[in-house]
Design a binder for this molecule. Structure first.
Ligand code: M6R
Length: 604
């Protein structure tokens, strides 16, 4: 979850590192630091807090000349977010500086051993053991020393390594943590993510587990664990760097909410041609599949919860959704007739990767629905459908989530069509509903100013309940998560019919309840609205324009354009995201970088 970057070339390294770190800040932001190889050895600068402070401390790089360097932005795992724990970490003699993303699981044993050998530790991190081990292993051959050291590490790591004795060189090594190389002219880069180097080059190499790269200004050499050279292919990243900038919005989150109609268009339009669905040459044989398991974490999991209804409803294959963090330690009933659908915006979530490994080993076919091209999950899967949402920077996912829904809907309809479980008329209706979704999200965005006003009544609440049934319940789960993560208001989503089994005890005068009400079960949800109102709740209903009965019952209403019930979560997402966004703004929260979170959860 930390972000790492490295540069070797003809420019002053620090401005390049700062630019990359700024773009990587979504991965963690509790401290930042960099190291540069200069005439006097390795210089290090670290700060607690954000990259902006590092920029100030290095005076935009003018205070730290040098053409080879590494940088880091941290999301604390081992040791609190304080200066001593900020990366880079150095070996005792100062000859090595190391930045690290991941977790060294056996660091305590190594630390004991190194302490006994006379090493003095300055931090509580797992990373520092790597710097000390390198200091002891190095005898003039850097790749060899790195191989020797990594052979002793257990866990996950993407490492950027700088050695004072070889100042024009960087070493990069990867095990279960993302790492790419950026290939420039007379300069080269390493980074956690292509976005970090996209301002300088679009040519990237994705390292695989166990691979190590040696970078100079003019050369990039990649080796396997045994030290043998590996021929790697270079990919061209097509993302427009401007898409990762705020473009006039106060926050990335708002910008990304507003981008959803376009993002959905990008996910859907190229795949809807002449009244048929074309899934990027997907050659999945559905006749061999008798169950579907969907797995993911966080919002992607909630997209799976909503998508399950579409899959079961349209292609009539039993489908179940399981949290990746649970699935990885379970004993799932999976075989060659199981299709695992894995959802991930980043494609780098550690628990999700582990769940895919477990299911793969048991013979499941894996279809990944992923946003980041070339990410680990995209490369592990047997089949990939990209969501084409473009870079998502805000920690709270918005367009990442709705494009996952769009692709799940596409897949469900495609599978229903090819299995013959959906009639021609219904197929045409669903297709039309799918094509209408981007426009409907646009319409829903029209509620933005109104939600900004309504939210004032709710922003001081200590907790908010979200209720709904079926797909409305799935949408409620995501709505509650959005509110929690950006506004820090406690929020719970409940299947509306479950309230009376216990949770209704918490409803008292003035308790805000967001009720998602629509579809065949709307009458029943209205019953639940009455129940909570009878106990003093203040109800904000999210429903469709024609739903007069619900409009009469609620204290406030958000009216959405009408779509088919299976697709409603995509439209409902918009007001729920805006509600969370405005509540967070009202409360003065750090919207794009909520406390304790990081965009890409690459640790377990
Ligand atoms: O990159 P992924 O989609 O795999 O990420 C999964 C979750 O970590 C992510 O959705 C998280 O819950 C977001 N912060 C929610 O906004």
């Amino acid at each position: 979850m930390c972000g790492i970057i490295g540069y070797v070339g003809g420019r002053n390294a620090v401005p390049v590192l700062l630019d990359g770190l700024q773009r990587l800040e979504y991965r963690g932001y509790d401290s930042a630091g960099l190291a540069v190889a200069g005439k006097e050895g390795i210089g290090v600068c670290r700060v607690t807090g954000r990259v902006a402070a590092l920029r100030e401390k290095t005076r935009d790089g003018t205070a730290m000349p040098g053409r080879t360097g590494i940088g880091h932005t941290r999301w604390a795992t081992h040791g609190p977010p304080m200066l001593a724990n900020a990366h880079p970490h150095r070996s005792g003699d100062g000859r090595f500086a190391v930045v690290h993303n991941g977790i060294i699981e056996n660091y305590q044993e190594l630390r004991q051993e190194l302490t006994a050998a006379g090493c003095r530790f300055e931090s509580e991190t797992d990373t520092e053991v790597v710097a000390h081990l390198l200091g002891l292993a190095y005898r003039g051959d850097l790749p060899r020393a790195v191989r020797e050291v990594t052979a002793r590490l257990r866990g996950s790591y993407a490492l950027g390594i700088l050695c004072a004795d070889e100042p024009g060189k960087l070493l990069a090594v990867r095990q279960a943590s993302p790492l790419i190389l950026g290939i420039g002219a007379g300069e080269n880069f390493l980074a956690s993510d292509p976005a970090a180097v996209a301002a300088f080059t679009r040519e990237v190499i994705f390292l695989e587990d166990g691979e190590m790269a040696e970078l100079t200004a003019d050369s990039v050499r990649v080796f396997n664990r045994a030290g043998q050279p590996v021929a790697k292919k270079t990919d061209t990243v097509s993302w427009d760097i401007r898409a990762a900038e705020k473009g006039g919005c106060a926050h990335f989150m708002l910008k990304e909410i507003l981008e959803q109609p376009l993002a959905l268009k990008a996910a859907l339009s190229p795949r809807l041609r002449d009244g048929e669905i074309m899934l990027d040459g997907l050659d999945l044989e559905l006749s061999g599949i008798d169950r579907i398991l969907i797995t993911a974490c966080g919002s992607a999991y909630y997209a799976g919860c909503a998508g399950r209804y579409a899959i079961e409803g349209l292609c009539r294959i039993p489908a179940r959704v399981e949290l990746a963090s649970e699935l990885r330690y379970g004993d799932p009933l999976i075989d060659g007739r199981t299709l695992l659908i894995v959802l991930s915006q980043s494609g780098e979530t550690a628990d999700t990767i582990a769940a895919v490994e477990v299911c793969h080993r048991r013979g499941a076919k894996v279809l990944a629905i992923v946003n980041v091209v070339g990410s680990t999950i995209a490369r592990m899967a047997d089949h990939v459908l990209y969501t084409w949402a473009g870079p998502e920077v805000a920690v709270a996912t918005t367009k990442g989530y709705t494009t996952q829904l769009a692709v799940l809907y596409l897949f469900a309809l495609y599978a229903g069509r090819s299995r013959g479980t959906i009639g021609e008329g219904a197929y045409r209706d669903y297709l039309a509903a799918l094509e209408a979704l981007p426009g409907q999200l646009e319409q829903a965005l029209g509620m933005n100013p109104g939600i900004g006003r309504i939210v004032k009544e709710y922003a001081r609440a200590e907790s908010v309940f979200y209720i709904g049934r079926n797909t409305d319940y799935a949408a409620a789960l995501e709505g509650a998560l959005k509110l929690k993560e950006v506004s820090y208001i406690h929020a719970e989503a409940y299947a509306a019919g479950e309230l009376k089994h216990g949770t209704i005890a918490l409803i008292r005068e003035g308790q805000p309840v967001v009720a998602l009400c629509g579809g065949p079960a709307a009458e029943k949800t209205r019953g639940n609205i009455l129940e909570v109102k009878a106990r003093g709740a203040r109800v904000l209903a999210v429903t469709e324009a024609e739903d007069e009965k619900t409009i009469q019952l609620a204290d406030e209403v958000l009216l959405l354009p009408e779509t088919l019930p299976l697709f409603r979560p995509a439209v409902q997402a918009v007001p729920l995201q805006l509600f969370a966004y405005h509540a967070a703004r009202e409360r003065g929260c750090d919207i794009d970088k909520p406390r304790n979170l990081a965009k890409s959860v690459t640790v377990e």
